[in-house]
Design a protein. Sequence first.
Lengths: 293, 829
Amino acid sequence: MRYSVSHITTLKYAQAVSMAQFNVRLKPAPWNGQVVSDYKLTLDPSPAQVVEGQGGYHVNEARFALREVTSQVQIESRFTVEVEPLPFFVEDAAGPGLAELRERAMKKPDLSDLAPASYIFASPIAQPQHEIARWAGSLLNEAMPVMEAGRALMSAIHGEFTFDADATETDTPPIEAFNRRHGVCQDFSHIMIIAARAHGIPAAYVSGYLRTLPPPGQERLVGADAMHAWVNLWCGEELGWVGFDPTNDKLADTDHIFLGMGRDYSDVAPLDGRFRGAGTQAMYASVDVAPLD
Amino acid sequence: MVTRPASGPDLAPTASWLDGYAAEASRGDLFGDASRPVADVWRKVAAGLAAATDGDPSALQDATARHAADLGLAFRLTGDEDERSWPLNAMPLIVGAQEWSQVERGLIQRAELMEAIATDIYGEQKLVADGHLPAAVVAGSPFFARRMIGRTPHEGRFIHVYAADLARGPRGQWRVLQDRVRVAGGIGYALENRLAMSRAIGNLLADAHARRLSEFFSGMVEGMAAACRRENPRIALMTPGRFNQTYAEQAHLARYLGLPLVEGRDLTVLDEKLYVGTIAGPKRVDAVWRWIDTTALDPLSFDAKSQLGVPNLFGAWAGGGVEMVNWPGVEVLESAAFAAFMPRLCRTLLGEAPILPNVATWWCGQAVESSTVAARLEELALVPAFGQPVEALANRNPIAGAGLDGKSRVALIDALWRRPMDYCGQEIVHLSTTPAIIDGQIVPRPFTVRAFVARTADGGWTVMPGGFARLSSSTALPTSLMGDGDLSADLWVVDDKPAAAHLGSRVAGEPPISRGGGILASQAADNLFWFGRYNERAEAMVRVVRAILANPADSDGNVDAEGAALPRLAALLVEGGAIEAATAKLPIAKICARALTETRLAGGVATLMRRRQQVGMALRERFARDFWRIVSRPMPSINVERPQSMLSSARWLTEHFSALAGLISENMVRSAAWRFLEIGQRLERAQAICRTARQLTKAGDVTSLGLLLDLCDSQIIYRSRYLTGPSLNPVRDLVLLDPDNPRALVFQVAQVVAHLSALPSSRDDNIPEPPLRAARALLGELQALLATDMTPERLAAMEAQLLALSDAISLRYFLQLDNEDAERRTPLL
């Protein structure tokens, strides 16, 4: 599948601000089965310099500063992407059992941003939670193959939780969403990450997009009009990282466009930064993911 | 050291407190195990201590505690709102030069090892690739800063200051319990303990040939300076702020070492260079000794929520614009999991065995180790592998396997099975004891020592010949610097000869001569200004209270009589925000007690004293010790039932303010810092005079004018000039317009003009800046006016001008980010 993706964010400040510094994480990082072309980031007002680099994890990061006084900033990210279908063997694969997976993850001499060791420990937002660990414990066992474990967690979240865009804010702790059994893709992903890590499965937070309009005859996917998030589980050397989307109860496939992955949302937040000034601000975002063929 | 049969000749060992001292021989004891010459030093010191206090250990302990309090030593435990007084034991720990030299060599080797590991982890990562170190041991630390990979310090020095917690075992073997490279907490306490000891028993330090600490500190700062790119670099100590547990320690260090103490909000990064905002504009900072975690250093590169850091500080250090002490990311080496690999890494990287072993540790992320720990749980302690709360150790504290009941044991093994990589097994260390003075007795106490190593200018290392010793109230291993009920003590490393040779051999070049108080950060100027204001405002309120109490004639129920002073004075308290309007109708004792103890209203004396204390905390490194001691004295207690006691409290407060005023005028260097303190006080006083004069000249009656003279301390001058009682225009002239009266309005404004003229200008064209112009305009007006012009309306207008002047000063000199939400994070999508 080929898509044309556009993501426009507008920040409006009630009072003019100065020395605003931004991190923008909207350019897709390299990913298997996905080829990006024509990436373009347009900023208004235009900063003197945009520094392109990598965030701490597997994510691209563009940094810029606006020194002049400003009251509105527009960030426009556009690209074309070709997404290959999931390799046929993944759907049917089982992967190693959890005990063995854990040992393999510990033994792999890899410190890179795709290493399992980088995603198996607690992270700023995905802190260990007894309740979530116990809940996951009722679904998993030590011998269970990791793919089965991933599906079990994914389906349980999809079945037990209600998608509710008004239930949580971006900074609602995962445990609150868990206790209320309501939330959005970000909450579901964090809950699944905490659950997986509690049993020693390396788990990463993926930020990305979903195709906006479904193919004819199919239902529109949940979360398609904004950014989306799902979970990558490390399923051993052979399978590598496999995407599980607990919001839609399916593996990440040609409907999912990968932007970047980190330990949790804080590593891949599409936009963060600092400015000087005391006024309130508002943010408007519009996302469009249009199939090209 | 050459072993000698006997000790130095200068002090013969005599009968002492230590004669009856009985430590358990099997446990090991610092005095019990000491070689004969060192044991003799112990006896000499004990004898000296006894002699200094007529043989009463409690008296000695009291004296030491007093000296510690005088130094302003204090600390907080997590959750403490107020600082606690510092528990320093008067009996030092004495270690002979020979025993110490082994410790020293071991610490230097370990510092080298830490440096080599940091270089690899943030560089080539060969240790992981070659299988010497599991990736998870690095990645598991919350301090592993992936962004720092490939970012090496320009002089190649990851570590400048290294600290280690040491334990001494039953047979006298020293071991490392914990490595510390994040923050060398305790280094300032070690220094302060030594200062307190030398105040209390300085001669004994010399008699015992205890090594001095000062060379260590100068060597450390020279080492930091050598890594900077400019000559005479500016090295700043970066603090998380005055609410941090060890703020007092940071402030003391900054003062002792002469480093500016800065917070993140004082700092800005521009073009990969770091600047501190000062009253004279931004000034370059060449090196930062950070007392802040890597994760909080830069909200753009690490934790986006951090309010302590500086946006894009990363850019400054990565671009070589600022040297960081220690290099961000080195904290990764502190975890218990690393300790498990230290012996092996020492052989791999340095090709030698560790001189100073660490406590035996097994990281459970490996199958064999995990089974070993599970099997030997009875004899081991379980600790979190990366210092974070984990399932079976929710509060991060170690658990001894032996103490577990069946059920918790099963739960623990279960947790260990599911996430083995979160845990380490550690051998349980037995601590040897040292003599301590407890409740007037000399008794053995288990101890640990935090030792410090610093990088010198030539790239080598220097070890502090001493350290921060902690005497545990229990036998548990220390998890923080000070626990509830713990004591600290000073560690002395003693030579068998005086260290004269050491002093002579040190060729320190004379520093270039300089004057003035160094840079004044805008933040500090702001605090000084407000310190002056609060101090003056509190004093003004106390003066009113005193005036009320000193006019008992009006208290005979005759409050509403014409000419009575009370209603007018009470009105001043109400207008100043010290009491509520309803309170003004109560009996005078109640009014005064309320004004003095009020903590809700902004103008209450207790409120003002507390706010003064709070901004004072942030200035602690600038104030002389005597000054701080007076500032921190608690308010006298107020007894509503006894007006007489209240009068004496008010007098006490007046004397308190006079003592501070005396120190400010006689002891404070005439730097910009002093000027801001003065400007704050003068502006506040000018406003108070306007307000008081406006209120008390309205009716023009004799009582009110008399009170005005009283409150402006001008009664005596008035009487010496005029034979009649107070009358309107002579009083106005004296308290408002007489340039020779130091309590007159015009005098305050003239002082403000003088101070503002002396401050550095940000302009190159010699045109005066707005605050100075505003102050001069007001002064000119006052100089041109006559007493008859000084109507209440005119005074009200002048108050408004003074407020505008205050705003102009804060706009020009202070950071404009003071309210909490001024600098905020943009919300995320």
